[in-house]
Design a protein around this ligand. Structure first.
Ligand SMILES: Cc1cc2nc3c(=O)[nH]c(=O)nc-3n(C[C@H](O)[C@H](O)[C@H](O)COP(=O)(O)OP(=O)(O)OC[C@H]3O[C@@H](n4cnc5c(N)ncnc54)[C@H](O)[C@@H]3O)c2cc1C
Length: 523
């Protein structure tokens, strides 16, 4: 993984000429004056942990699994949001951990949490490092040091129960590897977020991720049947049946807890038979409103495809899902409907009848195939855009169908108000009977201080989402970036419940301080 960008550096891509022209002519983007920092030149705080503390950590995980090198610390600094990348490109490593520790078992994780609680060392659970909400930047004030607890060594598929269709994984397994392991048994999880190549199963549960095929396979939290969690107060082992009436479901307390309550060391996940057939098709609608009505009809009446994605007019025109064909998307609103599994032809036919009745024009298989081919490429394009002087960032929310147009307008207006004339694109790609998520991509020319420029826009959007009645996040999570808006969403009693859980499971407050739970005394 690139330390200051996305993915495999060998796959970094030059911006196509038409994109450069578009950026220059449409947005007035100019190349930044300062080149990006090198890994060696990133400025890190001195290691705060004392020698005896590092030795104590090594006593639990083994000396070879405690790293304090410059490179290891840089590679565990923050996640992959655009502000994270801007800071890294500027050589700012101020959020770096003092040490990276790689435990090899649940018992080692539990022992490390006890040690860190006793020594007041902050612990940041680190999965794939793809957080886009500041979920990996712990507050260090008041702690003896900060440790990144990298779960990469907990990378096994432990068992597969094909009668119950449940597989048990360790948390550090990446989504791409999980699919490879399951495919060898004719199975799939069906979780394909855009961070598929690098994000881990533990990270998905901790941040309530949702993949591109969520309409067919559900969100990640729908897939979690059981969890083992190491906390400073002891171990939680949750989930004895698919559903239970035995009081509140504490699995839901762990899902979305973003490393603030404990470290997930094992996951029992629902799996499905790998689909025998996949058919993805493109449709064009005259407007986002018409397309939304068609998406809602499929969500409420069926047949619901596995993949259902509707781009608004701007996203359709620009076409970011197809980096090879940027600017060649055409008019109207593009919808991708992908049916998978058995009886695909029948369900696709019935779905096509609904889409045609509601004003859709069939475009055949090509747009669907092109979308599927390019679905993991866009993050590579973000790096090239940043280097070219454009800030690109994504943000998302969700709401009930009746409120979705208001939410859409509120976010767009907030972005236009804060940034002048940015390019704002949106799509719907996670749908429910009662509502959907809105996913925005913003492109704007960088000013002299792109970080402050984006923070102003982000604050405006967070406020707009809260005021328009949406949730602050549908699948990226809370981290630090959404913490205040999350607190507003929960209200004071809700926040006090979070605090009570945190202080019961993590009395010393060492787990991911500053993430998810507002600091004591309010925010
Ligand atoms: C290019 C890109 C595309 C993305 N696309 C999507 C998308 O399509 N859908 C989506 O839902 N998200 C997406 N994301 C966001 C991100 O991939 C998800 O939030 C994902 O769930 C994070 O997984 P991770 O393994 O990288 O976790 P990390 O980033 O390492 O951690 C995320 C949070 O969970 C905590 N954590 C990690 N592992 C554990 C554990 N085992 N126990 C307890 N806490 C833990 C961390 O401390 C942190 O607070 C995208 C991100 C990027 C950069």
């Amino acid at each position: 993984m690139s330390w200051s960008g996305w993915g495999d550096p060998a796959r970094a891509r030059e911006l196509p000429e038409q994109v450069r022209t578009l950026l220059h002519d449409l947005l007035g983007v100019r190349a930044p004056a300062t080149p990006a920092a090198s890994l060696e030149s990133v400025r890190l705080p001195p290691v705060a942990l004392s020698g005896p503390m590092v030795e104590a950590l090594a006593g639990v995980a083994g000396a070879e699994h405690v790293l304090t090198t410059h490179e290891a610390r840089v590679r565990h600094t923050r996640g992959k949001s655009t502000p994270d990348l801007l800071r890294m490109r500027a050589g700012d490593g101020s959020d770096a951990p003092d040490a990276v520790v790689l435990p090899g078992s649940h018992e080692e994780v539990a022992a490390l949490l006890r040690l860190c609680s006793a020594e007041r060392i902050a612990v940041v659970p680190f999965g794939g490092g793809t957080s886009v909400v500041g979920g990996l930047a712990a507050a260090r004030a008041g702690f003896a040091g900060v440790v990144a607890l990298d779960l990469a060594r907990l990378d096994r598929l432990r068992s597969v129960d094909t009668e119950s269709m449940v597989a048990e994984f360790e948390p550090g397994v990446r989504a791409s590897e999980a699919e490879r392991l399951l495919a060898a048994r004719g199975l799939t999880l069906g979780h394909f977020p855009q961070s598929f190549e690098y994000a881990t199963l533990g990270g998905f549960a901790a941040a309530r991720s949702s993949g591109q095929a969520s309409a067919g396979y559900g969100r990640f939290d729908d897939m979690v049947m059981g969890l083992t969690v190491a906390t400073p107060a002891g171990t939680l082992d949750l989930g004895r049946a698919p559903r239970s009436a035995a009081g509140p479901d504490l699995r839901q307390l762990v899902l979305g807890s973003e490393g603030a309550f404990g470290v997930i060391t094992s996951l029992r996940l629902r799996v499905r038979r790998a689909p025998a057939e996949r058919r993805y098709q493109g449709w064009r609608f005259p407007s986002f409103a018409a397309g939304s009505a068609a998406v809602r009809a499929l969500a409420q009446e069926g047949p619901l495809p596995a993949v259902l994605r509707l781009s608004d007019e701007t996203e359709t025109m620009i076409g970011p899902a197809r980096p090879d064909a940027i600017g060649a998307g055409g008019s109207g609103c593009l919808l991708i409907a992908g049916y998978e599994g058995a009886t695909v032809a029948d369900r696709q036919g019935a779905g096509a009848a609904v889409l045609a009745r509601l004003g859709g024009e069939p475009l055949g298989a090509d747009p669907g195939v092109a979308w599927e081919r390019g679905r993991f490429s866009a993050p590579y394009l973000r790096d090239s855009l940043l280097a070219a002087g454009a800030t690109v960032e994504t943000l998302e929310t969700a709401g009930f169908w009746a409120n979705l147009p208001r939410l859409y307008d509120a976010v767009r207006l907030a972005l236009l108000g804060a940034l002048g004339s940015p390019l704002v694109m949106c799509h719907i790609s996670h749908v429910y009977e009662t509502g959907a998520s809105l996913y925005f991509t913003v492109v704007t020319p960088q000013d002299a201080d792109p970080l402050a420029q984006w923070q102003r826009a982000k604050t405006a959007v967070n406020t707009a989402i809260v005021e328009a009645g949406g949730t602050i996040t549908h699948h990226h999570g809370v981290g630090r970036d959404h913490r205040d808006a999350y607190a507003a969403e929960l209200g004071p009693v809700g926040v006090s419940v979070l605090e009570a859980v945190k202080s019961r499971l993590d009395p010393a407050g060492v787990l991911n301080p500053g993430v998810l739970v507002p600091p004591a005394g309010g925010c």
